[in-house]
Every structure is written in structure tokens, then in C-alpha cells.
Design a protein around this ligand. Structure first.
Ligand code: ATR
Length: 278
């Protein structure tokens, strides 16, 4: 999807994947900087350690405590920092790495566009308090959901997250466990349950009144239809899988690197083709 987007913007760049062992992240970032890379994306397990390895943290990365996008910038003779491509073949010596996070905003864009979900004042059941669940919960709280119900296998992790949300966003009501009154605007799966066909469901189905659940989002995109989404669709809920989140974290990264609007529909088509073969 990135290479399709890059080509459509007429840019002479390539997006490539590199396996980097966790203890090599620092030299990998320094190497990319020395090679005058435009930027990087980072995925598991690099997102948290990168926070301490970049030169500057954008507010998005500082807020969520995780970096998934790096942009390299060089300093002009006038002392301003500009993205590497602004300099053509003549990049100044002084280069810095700026860390961003497009996961949280990518999720929100997907929830809005795929489900027409608006966080303000809503009631959300969040399944999972790992890395992805944490970012989702904090982002939803920042967007002023009214109530968050956290469900996680390891209860202490949900409790720690609830405490974090309550201290940062005191107006949001956070509870551990299922809601006691029926209406729910969104059920969001941020656990890894559903990646395998044999996985149990990430929640107890009979603890929710499905006729009063508006929408269900599963961050998993492969398989396209998890058992959770099947059950929710069967109950008449609006549903979407995590492909939109993957798409939008990527289109937002391309916009950070290029400074131009990403060709979203083209990238969506290419992503779908690569993930589902259709
Ligand atoms: P990610 O970065 O993708 O969020 P993670 O931090 O390892 O990965 O989080 C995985 C999430 O899936 C956690 O909420 C985890 O629950 P625990 O906090 O109890 O570990 C959840 N998860 C993974 N396997 C699970 C299982 N077999 N049953 C229930 N929850 C599971």
C-alpha cells in the first residue's frame, strides 16, 4: 500500500521491510539517519523502546508513549528543521529523528469512517489492556467518551490502565467488567483472541444485550471475519475489522513523510488485494 501511494504521488522512494532484532533498534535508527532515509515505520516490539531513541517526540507519540512512525529532518543553514526530501541531493550534515504515533488517530479515523462511531459522550466496552488496548483506551478517553468498560484476562492490567485513564482524563467514567445497563455504542476488541480460528471469543456473549449494542470493531484483520464479528453481525450490529486502522495509520504516515494528502482509495484497494487477494 505504501509503494502504491508513493508511486501515485510521483515520488522516487521505496518502502522496504527490514527485520531488526530488539537490541539493534538504536543502531538501525542511527543507520537510517546516516543513510538519509525519509522515515521509518516501527512495529512490535519496537514501538515502546523507540520513545527513548528518537531525538524529538511529537505530541502524538508523547501522549501514547509509543512511536510507530519516524520522520528524519535536517537543519537548514538558517537553523530550521525540514524533512529530508526538501533538500534533494544536498542534505545538510545535521539530521534528527522525530517520533510520531499514527496508530491512535488511525483507529479513530477507522471507527468514524467504517462504523460512523463518534466517541464524544459514548459508552464503550474495550476488550484487552495490552499495548493496542492501552492506546485505544487512552485515545477514546482523550476524545471524551462518557464511559469505558475494561475487560482483560489479567485484571491487574485493566486496573492499572483504569487508574492511568482516571488520572489523565478524570471526566471519563472507567469501570472494570461488563456494563450493568444495556446500551453500548461500541465493543472494541484489542486482544489477540480471534487470530486463530480455534481461539475462544474475547468476551462472554451473554453478558451484553446485543440488541442494544450499536457497533463492534475488531482490530484483527486476518481472518477478515472473526467469530466475534460473525456473532455481532448475526445480532444485527454494525461491524468492521482492523483493516481500516492498518490503512489509516499508513496513510497518515505517508502524509507525515510527504507533506501531501495520501491517495487513500488507491492504498485501500492495494492493501485489500495484498491482505485478502481480492
Ligand atoms: P498488543 O500489543 O497486540 O496489544 P499485547 O500487549 O501482548 O499485544 O496484548 C495482548 C492482549 O490480548 C492482552 O489484553 C492479553 O491479555 P493479558 O493482558 O491477560 O495478557 C490478551 N490475550 C492474549 N491471549 C489471550 C488469551 N488466551 N485469553 C485472553 N486474553 C488474551
Amino acid at each position: 500500500m505504501q509503494n502504491a501511494g508513493i508511486a501515485a504521488l510521483g515520488l522516487d522512494w521505496r518502502y522496504l521491510a527490514f527485520d531488526v532484532p530488539p537490541d539493534q533498534l538504536k543502531p538501525a535508527i542511527e543507520g537510517a539517519k546516516a543513510l538519509r532515509f525519509v522515515g521509518l515505520n516501527l512495529t512490535v516490539p519496537h514501538k515502546l523502546p523507540a520513545v527513548d531513541l528518537v531525538d524529538v517526540l511529537d505530541e502524538s507519540a508523547r501522549t501514547w508513549g509509543a512511536v510507530n512512525t519516524l520522520r528524519f529532518e535536517a537543519r537548514t543553514t538558517g537553523g530550521e528543521w525540514r524533512p529530508i526530501p526538501a533538500f534533494g541531493d544536498d542534505v545538510p550534515d545535521e539530521v534528527r529523528a522525530v517520533g510520531f504515533n499514527t496508530d491512535a488517530s488511525g483507529l479513530l479515523q477507522a471507527l468514524r469512517e467504517d462504523l460512523r462511531f463518534e466517541p464524544l459522550g459514548s459508552r464503550v466496552v474495550l476488550l484487552g489492556a495490552g499495548g493496542a488496548g492501552r492506546v485505544a483506551a487512552l485515545k477514546l478517553a482523550a476524545e471524551r467518551v462518557a464511559e469505558l468498560f475494561l475487560i482483560n484476562r489479567t485484571r491487574e492490567k485493566a486496573e492499572a490502565l483504569a487508574a492511568d485513564i482516571s488520572s489523565r482524563y478524570p471526566k471519563v467514567k472507567v469501570e472494570i467488567g461488563y456494563p450493568t445497563s444495556p446500551s453500548v455504542d461500541l465493543v472494541l476488541n484489542a486482544t489477540s483472541l480471534g487470530l486463530k480460528r480455534t481461539d475462544p471469543l474475547p468476551l462472554e456473549l451473554n453478558r451484553l444485550s446485543w440488541d442494544r449494542v450499536y457497533a463492534v470493531y475488531d482490530m484483527i484483520y486476518r481472518p477478515a471475519q472473526t467469530r466475534l464479528l460473525e456473532a455481532a453481525r448475526g445480532a444485527g450490529c454494525r461491524v468492521a475489522n482492523g483493516l481500516g486502522m492498518l490503512l489509516y495509520q499508513g496513510t497518515q504516515a505517508l502524509e507525515l513523510w510527504s507533506g501531501r494528502p495520501a491517495p487513500v482509495e488507491l492504498m485501500r484497494r492495494v492493501l485489500r488485494q495484498n491482505v485478502y487477494g481480492a
